[in-house]
Design a protein around this ligand. Structure first.
Ligand SMILES: Cc1cc2nc3c(=O)[nH]c(=O)nc-3n(C[C@H](O)[C@H](O)[C@H](O)COP(=O)(O)O)c2cc1C
Length: 439
């Protein structure tokens, strides 16, 4: 069933392996996280394993939960981080996250094209509309999700137009005639819309390898519509297999409605794995990573995700659909809220089970705990069920967990023909199998 299909694999460099109490372990190596050398070392290991890309999620605010007992040296600008990593790697893709809610498109188009240029065609853009941070941009309160997406559509359109405004073919370099560039090929974009007014052209030419691949995160109705119209890959929150099959089918159907080949859109959930030599050790890693999440913190998270307060109920009480709040009330992320609503409606879990859900204790990502064989089987199961086209690895628990991933799990995927043993191309577009480079 998986014949000819291969997984697309990215590695998140957000140091998820230090989450919870894991960083407190004497040999966690947490002090190294404050230096770019640390990320470069992991980037090189990921490249040696021929991963498609490196990835960084990014937020433009500091949440109180990130301070105090949580390992956090602050959040450097991911595009600048990748500029440093670009010089230390050769083939692996570099997918940076940039919000369309808070930035000017001209600056973003230029920064992304610059990363593409200095990495020789390896940059990708993860388009996010953000959940918080408006007060840092004189834009408070946070615009509604609908408005953020309307802005994101116009923003992305402007960025693409700017990338086209100075095509690579405009560079001639003819010493004889003295013509350096063909000025007729460089054109203003004259964009005037609801949010942006941009004349153009961009200050630098597009890269000869073609446009940057676009990623997107956010899976509400409007988010899916947006993603299926423009994205090459979706960073998905996929706590279980059924939500994955539903999401992937839906995105593929919408892509076809937008006149696209559904096979050109890749659904890549975060895979938060806890790998160890035995199941018991892996479970212990998982426990340690979640040890800081007291019952009170879990209830607070549930209130924040869904607007549901279960703190007065006993832990064995079943939670049913009629206990859910009005679906139209504002929530931080409709993607996360909707995943949990659907789970509760379908399974009527106990309060205790709800408080252990990935939507409550994490970012709703797929969690896999166990030995190499356990996690491998989990990946194959989702791939064969066509819930995924690959995944973004979010190593959990310890550096050891990540080492096992690279030393044992990835080689097994290669052995089974599910992942490449060598890079076939030089650029991120080529790794992702994006064919033409004129779109
Ligand atoms: C899997 C996932 C990852 C996300 N990563 C980021 C991120 O790194 N930075 C950010 O500002 N917003 C991030 N978001 C928020 C989305 O961009 C979006 O603003 C939010 O989910 C609301 O959109 P929705 O109504 O479609 O859910 C993420 C959302 C999801 C589902």
């Amino acid at each position: 069933m998986t014949a000819n299909r291969q997984l697309c694999i990215g590695l998140s460099l957000n140091a998820t392996w230090m989450k919870g109490e894991g960083w407190r372990h004497p040999d966690s190596g947490v002090e190294k996280m404050g230096s770019i050398d640390y990320y470069i070392d992991w980037a090189k290991i990921a490249e040696k394993s021929k991963l498609d890309f490196l990835f960084r999620a990014d937020y433009l605010y500091v949440s109180p939960q990130m301070l105090g007992d949580s390992a956090n040296f602050g959040s450097p600008d991911p595009t600048m981080m990748f500029a440093a990593i670009a010089r230390e790697t050769e083939r692996i893709g570099l997918v940076t996250t940039v919000s369309t809610t808070f930035n000017p498109p001209y600056v973003v188009a230029r920064q992304l094209q610059t990363l593409h240029w200095l990495s020789n065609g390896r940059a990708g853009w993860n388009i996010v509309t953000s959940i918080e941070g408006a007060e840092n941009f004189g834009n408070s309160p946070m615009p509604s999700p609908q408005e953020r997406y309307t802005k994101a559509m116009e923003f992305t359109d402007v960025v693409r137009k700017l990338w086209e405004s100075f095509p690579n073919e405009a560079i001639i370099i003819d010493r004889e005639s003295g013509i350096f560039s063909d000025k007729d090929k460089v054109a203003a974009v004259h964009h005037s819309g609801d949010y942006f007014s941009v004349k153009g052209p961009l200050t630098l030419s597009s890269h000869k390898s073609g446009t940057l691949p676009l990623f997107q995160a956010g899976a509400s109705e409007v988010g899916r519509n947006f993603a299926s119209s423009i994205a090459d890959a979706i960073f998905a929150a996929m706590p279980d297999i059924e939500s994955g099959v539903e999401l992937r089918n839906d995105l593929r159907r919408r892509a076809a409605e937008h006149g696209r080949d559904p096979n050109t859109i890749k659904v890549l959930p975060g895979l938060y794995f806890f790998l160890a030599d035995t199941r018991e050790e892996a479970q212990e890693l998982h426990n340690v990573a979640h040890a800081h999440l007291s019952i009170e913190r879990r209830h607070a998270s549930l209130r924040s995700v869904l607007g549901l307060d279960l703190s007065e109920f006993p832990s064995n009480q079943r939670v049913t659909a009629d206990m859910l709040p009005d679906p139209n009330q504002p929530v931080r992320s409709r993607t996360h809220a909707e995943l949990l609503r659907r789970y509760i409606t379908k399974h009527q879990p106990t309060v205790e089970e709800v408080l252990a859900r990935p939507e409550v204790v994490g970012s709703a990502h797929w969690v896999s705990v166990g030995t190499v064989e356990d996690v491998l089987n989990d990946i194959i199961e989702r791939f064969e069920a066509r819930a995924i086209d690959g995944f973004i690895a979010l190593p959990g628990g310890s550096e050891k967990s990540m080492e096992i991933f690279f030393e044992k799990l990835v080689p097994q995927l290669v052995q089974k023909g599910l992942f490449r043993s060598e890079y076939m191309g030089e650029t991120l577009r080529e790794h992702l199998g994006i064919r033409s480079f004129s779109d």
